[in-house]
Write a protein that binds this ligand. Sequence first.
Ligand SMILES: *[C@@H]1O[C@H](CO)[C@@H](O)[C@H](O)[C@H]1NC(C)=O
Length: 191
Amino acid sequence: MTMAKIILLLLVLAPLRMAAASTDCPGVPSLDGPFACGESCGTKLLQDLCIHVMVWGGVDVSGAHKEGATGYAVLAARFAVESMDATRLAAGKQLRQNASLSGQERDAYEGCLNDYAAARSSIDRVANEMLPHCRFAGVADEFARGVKSLESCWIRLMRPPVKSTMLYNLVWSDRYKLLLIHLLDGKLLGI
Ligand SMILES: *[C@@H]1O[C@H](CO)[C@@H](O)[C@H](O)[C@H]1NC(C)=O
């Protein structure tokens, strides 16, 4: 599987249709979706992911429509939450249904379920603090906690012999989704 395919693996997620947030936070720039992605993402891969997230959120990506920047950052966070939920479901299903998982795999997957619950709750909080509340002060710390939780799962999967299991690709791709939040937060909102 190519890198791009892995990253876009979960783009079959049901569309959100929430973006078009007509109100954004005070003092936040308005810009069109493709411009926001171009400004924030240094690589084609991340730009593609960014555009996919916009489409998923129902953003008009023709370049003709401007949104507040917070809306884009929140969209990336909601997308990451959906994606992490899908990964958790996949891990849970393996634990329940796959009798060939080794003891080490089982331990890693179970650990990841806990890590993911924590990561999900942090990223969900990040989204909710930004919109509708426009409380940006704690966002960086909360986001960092989310990243740390996801990395904790990642480390479990890096250890042989667990590496290269099905969950590995999913977590790898979720890390990119968190990276996208970080890029949008940093470039558009200065968080
Ligand atoms: C079950 O787990 C084994 C060991 O990780 C893996 O090789 C196999 O692909 C899994 N089966 C399914 C149906 O996911």
